[in-house]
Design a protein around this ligand. Structure first.
Ligand code: ZN
Length: 492
């Protein structure tokens, strides 16, 4: 008895020792260590801030209903760019795609270098009328106050469009010539899926046979301390993949009739049961993207986190449990299921003839549209419920962190501030970048803005705003990236 007790204790001690040793040794420093630091460019910051404010004042809103599209706003956005960036409009070849999206080509002198594409979108989401009085400044006022630029699009994504333009305009005033060709592409309907803008731009490049060394779009940001669990430093997260999107409409058809003589289950009831089954059978958790991020950061993490994360042979269930307990982190480790729209009878005493529900899925890169559909069929397991798939696109491929685009970003971010750690991650929403995989394998998503939960809540919400300091540093970052990519393409 004593012997058995001892050996159980021995095995337990051994496990603890192995786990602790792994915690110490598993993660090596994966961060880029700068050999030199960047001296930021000097320019008239106030003018740049005013130009972003000007862009915010143009209400380039994307509406779900295409009937509401306002061409005048997009036309004035395009002509504002012409007025404000004279050097660009002399040097670049500008092409309008589908009337409102813009492509700028800055031709490089070395045709052996594949071009690079920098993207942004000019449209913004609408402002919910009932929230209007909650804004500190009206959403399209572009007010600059206390080091903040307020308004819809301040972060998402007019700051990207304007910062790219500022950076390139500065290169041209400096008289820099480009070796690598640079393209800018600004879509006009990202917020409603990008089918009229980015998708058409990608087709335009495909038809002209243009392939890119890398593509950079919005997506990742710099997380302020405390935003990345178990890491006390700031972390720049670069999107290397994005989740897919898919809706399934569940439909139950019945004869209808008077509600005084109902069948055992009405269409509404059958639909409700189907939803309950789906909610009770969530997709399995998958830690591969958590690990992709954590591998780059592990050596900077708390010891406890390192022990847990490096011993997933033992701890995976605990890690999954913790991440699944919060809806935000849960979405980063699995395909999500969200029942969103319901309809059945329009009158309380009439049995429904057609009952429907829409369930929205955000698909992990290791699942496909077809797999989701057959999983849903299997879980609902009821022939009365018919499934219709609509608005579906698969998750994106995963771009490598070893390619030039990622390396340049990582290097530049760290050369500006070596206290900022850099790591790849999977973007949970959708971006225009998803359309560009046919013209590049290396697609990354990042903008240089430091966020906490408060700043994030403004995106698509109330009081969207960007600190002026972040906006200026965003311009400096793009300037340096363009420099490294095209003026002195050392790594290319
Ligand atoms: Zn956006």
């Amino acid at each position: 008895m004593k012997k058995v007790g001892l050996s159980v204790l021995g095995v337990f001690s051994l496990i603890v020792i192995v786990a602790l040793v792994k915690g110490v040794t598993h993660y090596t420093d994966q961060q880029y260590h700068p050999k030199s630091y960047i001296t930021p460019i000097v320019f008239n910051e106030q003018k740049a801030i005013n130009r972003l404010a000007k862009a915010i004042r143009i209400p380039t809103v994307s509406y779900d209903d295409p009937e509401n599209f306002e061409p005048a706003s997009f036309n004035s956005m395009a002509s504002m760019l012409v007025d404000e960036f004279p050097n660009i409009h002399t040097a670049a070849e500008r092409t309008k795609i589908n009337d409102y999206s813009l492509v700028y080509k800055f031709k490089g002198s070395d045709p052996s270098l594949k071009p690079a594409l920098f993207m942004g979108h000019m449209d913004v989401v609408s402002v919910d009328e009932i929230t209007l009085d909650k804004w500190t400044h009206p959403p399209f006022s572009g007010t600059v106050e206390n080091g903040m630029i307020y308004g819809r699009g301040a972060i998402d994504d007019k700051s990207t469009v304007m910062a790219l333009m500022e950076a390139m305009e500065h290169h041209l005033t400096e008289g820099h010539t480009l070796k690598r060709t640079i393209y800018f592409a600004f879509g006009h309907d990202e917020e409603v899926g990008g089918k009229q803008g980015a998708k058409r731009i990608a087709e335009y490049f495909e038809q002209s046979g243009t392939k890119f060394e890398f593509v950079l779009d919005e997506g990742g940001v710099i997380l302020k301390p405390g935003m990345m669990p178990n890491i006390s430093q700031e972390v720049a997260i670069i999107g290397v993949a994005e989740k897919g999107f898919m809706n399934i409409r569940l439909v139950v058809e019945q004869d209808g009739g008077h509600s005084s003589t109902p069948p055992e289950h009405t269409g509404a009831g059958i639909i409700a049961q189907a939803i309950v089954k789906l909610e009770n059978a969530p997709f399995p958790a998958d830690l591969s993207f958590t690990n992709l991020t954590f591998d780059k950061l592990g050596s900077y993490a708390d010891f406890g986190a390192r022990v847990v994360m490096s011993n997933q042979w033992l701890t995976a269930p605990i890690v999954k449990h913790v991440l699944l307990s919060n809806s935000k982190t849960a979405a980063s480790i699995r395909t999500t299921t969200a029942a969103t729209m319901l309809s059945a009878s329009s009158k309380s005493n009439v049995l429904p003839t057609q009952s429907t529900a829409v369930v929205n899925f955000r698909i992990m890169p290791n699942h496909s549209i077809d797999e989701i559909k057959s999983y849903v069929e299997q879980v609902i397991d009821d022939p009365k419920v018919k499934l219709e798939v609509f608005m579906a696109n698969n998750a994106s491929p995963v771009s490598t962190t070893e390619a030039l685009g990622y390396k340049l970003l990582e290097q530049t971010i760290r050369e500006f501030d070596k206290n900022v750690l850099v790591a790849p991650y999977m973007v949970q929403g959708g971006t225009d970048a998803k359309y560009f995989y046919r013209v590049s394998d290396s697609i990354y998503r990042f903008m240089r803005v430091k966020v906490d939960n408060e700043l994030l809540s403004g995106m698509h919400g109330i009081d969207e705003r960007i600190p002026t300091d972040d906006y200026i540093k965003g311009i400096q970052l793009f300037h340096e990236l363009i420099y490294k990519t095209a003026v002195v393409p050392a790594l290319g």
